[in-house]
Design a protein around this ligand. Structure first.
Ligand code: F6R
Length: 595
């Protein structure tokens, strides 16, 4: 979501909003739209598909709002794209209105007709209804805020009245400040190239922006709110691809320095975090998707290094364990974006029971950061690829460091991590990268891939990844990486579990990636090979059971991180070799802000 209100004469608002959307495209790219205010009214352009592929030519105008969509309510098509107009109101929306059916029924009785399947169009009608009743836009926001349920944010324009209105009911809104111009975005990246001075709208805050006139007020009682101008320190060029073909590739290679940077933490905060872990009666580590796999890795480290019994839990599953959470408990919430709705909702549930919350997130002032007792920032810079890589390894490095601190072994922990980090540039040398690429070729050949340019040429869509101990969650995480960017059905298993069912999946030539070379893992690999699997070893030592092998430097107990990095690269190659764009995997969004 983004928008701009510029001084008369600027006249490039449509282009600026469109450029802002390109910067936000990685967060949702099913369709997009821009509404532009002109002398003859508000003109809206909407299009299915990627913004960067569009030939849209913005009109000359000084006010515009835009949106890139990740579909929730209603299929991906032009009608369901934002902005949505009802009466005088043209609106863009992030979030989910949970009571949209009831609101829709009531508005239909008032004569409103809806053309889209979205909950967003209903809020446009709700605001319009209040305005038609004679309420001011501010009064309409206050009235609508008391009606709308769920976590949402809205930005809208009113036909015939200059200015942009916005209100935050639980999803981020940032205002960018410049001379004669106001910008708005769900993320600062929407306007970062124009200004780095930002006002943050908290939950329950609303604003009116007209050129440099900026008014903030409460959505609940309309009282005026003062906002602090905050200068943010992100170099716009750091969020560009530079010489890399894809953000995913760039971010994989950035790990040669990002792990080190993530270790440079405020020691007071790290001590507070390790004390929270040490003195909690119960520790739950939560996250979604990849961040959940980091939680699983951390569970092993806390057990082995910190001698702490912790439970890793997908954030959507924590509700089943709530009765064990009380005011002596700790929830460690891991989230790159700090916005994942499932994580936020689990954290809020635990807080209601009195738990303390330690957050690991990459985004300062994200909702997770704001609601947690202690936040450890990942410090890896903006991660743009949907597939998380550099944030993942930073999350792991920080959790490892905390586990070592709990065990009073901080020094040794740091040595291991610095050793891992400094060895990475060496590991990712051109020769090694070629080996990873060759392994991708072997896998695609085994799966019967033939290149004919239509993108769907795999004959057998199945591969298996096994690992033991900490390499078990690494197998699960590797499978997520492969699934999301290459669309190959990859599944991770605890090595010893293979014989308890999944072995039935093995047929001749099925690729089975074996992480690690310990005797027990090899013992399982042997069984898979005996049934015809093609065994691809990723380990420190070569073993004769491996049909193909990729070495991983032995990095003490951070070997898990060293093993994950070639798996990230392998996923990348499996995507690009099939002509898939790893930065825009189908059906996914970078920040999943809906439950
Ligand atoms: C996969 C991936 C997702 C995210 C998940 C949680 O590569 O990135 O599985 O890990 O959506 O996101 P965050 O960490 O932002 O809470």
């Amino acid at each position: 979501m983004c928008g701009i209100s510029g001084a008369t004469g600027a006249e490039k608002a449509g282009q600026i909003a469109f450029d802002g959307l390109k910067k936000l495209e990685y967060r949702g790219y099913d369709s997009f739209g821009v509404a532009m205010r002109t002398g003859s009214g508000i003109h809206t352009y909407k299009k299915e598909g990627k913004i960067s592929d569009s030939k849209f030519k913005p009109m000359q105008t000084t006010e515009a709002i835009g949106h890139s969509r990740w579909a929730t309510h209603g299929e991906v098509n032009q009608v369901n794209s934002h902005p949505h107009s009802q009466g005088s109101v043209t609106l863009v929306h992030n979030g989910t209105v949970t009571n949209y059916v009831a609101l829709k029924r009531a508005l239909e009785k008032e004569g409103y007709e809806f053309i889209s399947e979205t909950d967003s169009e209903i809020v446009a009608a709700l605001l319009d209804e209040y305005i038609q009743e004679g309420k001011t836009p501010k009064q309409a926001i206050i009235a609508a805020s008391s009606q709308i349920q769920g976590d949402n944010s809205f930005v809208f324009m009113i036909d015939g009245q200059e200015g942009i209105w916005a209100f935050n009911l639980g999803r981020p809104i940032r205002v960018g400040i410049a001379d004669g111009v106001s910008y708005i975005g769900s993320d600062v990246q929407a306007f970062l190239e124009h200004t780095n001075i930002v006002n943050y709208l908290d939950k329950g805050d609303a604003c009116y922006l007209h050129q440099e006139d900026r008014k903030y007020f409460s959505c609940y009682d309309g009282k005026e709110i003062k906002k602090e101008d905050i200068s943010i320190d992100i170099e716009p060029s750091s969020v560009e691809k530079g010489n890399y073909a894809h953000f995913m590739q760039k971010e994989i290679f950035e790990q040669t320095s990002s792990i080190n940077v993530s270790l440079d933490q405020d020691s007071v905060k790290m001590s507070m975090a390790s004390d929270l872990i040490k003195y909690a009666d119960r520790v739950f580590i939560i996250g979604s998707g990849t961040s959940h796999k980091v939680a699983m890795v951390a569970e092993y480290w806390l057990a082995k290094n910190g001698r702490i019994y912790a439970r890793a839990c997908a954030s959507t599953e924590l509700s089943s364990w709530m009765q064990f959470i009380g005011n002596e408990s700790l929830v460690i919430a891991i989230s790159q974006s700090g916005e994942t709705a499932d994580v936020i909702s689990a954290v809020r549930g635990a807080q209601e029971r009195g738990a303390s919350v330690l957050a690991l997130t990459n985004i300062a002032r994200s909702e997770l950061d704001e609601i947690s007792d202690v936040t450890i920032p990942l410090q890896v810079g903006i991660e743009k690829a949907v597939a998380s890589t550099k944030a993942t390894t930073a999350q792991m490095a920080i959790m490892y460091q905390l586990a070592k601190m709990v065990d009073n072994e901080l020094g040794e922990g740091l040595i291991n991590l610095v050793d891992l980090s400094s060895g990475l540039s060496e590991q990712l040398n051109p020769n090694y990268i070629k080996h990873v690429e060759d392994m991708a070729d072997v896998i695609l050949k085994q799966l019967g891939y033939t290149e004919n340019g239509n993108g769907d040429q795999i004959q057998k869509n199945s591969m298996i990844i096994i690992g033991r101990d900490i390499l078990y969650p690494i197998a699960l995480e590797s499978a997520i990486k492969i699934q999301e960017v290459s669309y190959i059905h990859a599944q991770g298993f605890a090595a010893g579990e293979l014989k308890h069912g999944p072995l039935a999946l093995i047929e001749k030539g099925i690729p089975c990636i074996v992480l690690g070379d310990d005797d027990r893992t090899i013992n399982e690999a042997v069984k898979a090979r005996a049934r015809g699997a093609c065994i691809l070893g990723i380990s420190a030592q070569k073993h004769e059971v491996f049909d193909h092998w990729l070495s991983v430097p032995n990095r003490h107990d951070v070997y898990a991180i060293a093993t994950l990095i070639p798996m990230q690269l392998l996923s990348y190659f499996l995507a690009i070799k099939q002509g898939r764009d790893p930065d825009f995997p189908r059906n996914l969004a970078k920040a999943v802000t809906v439950e």
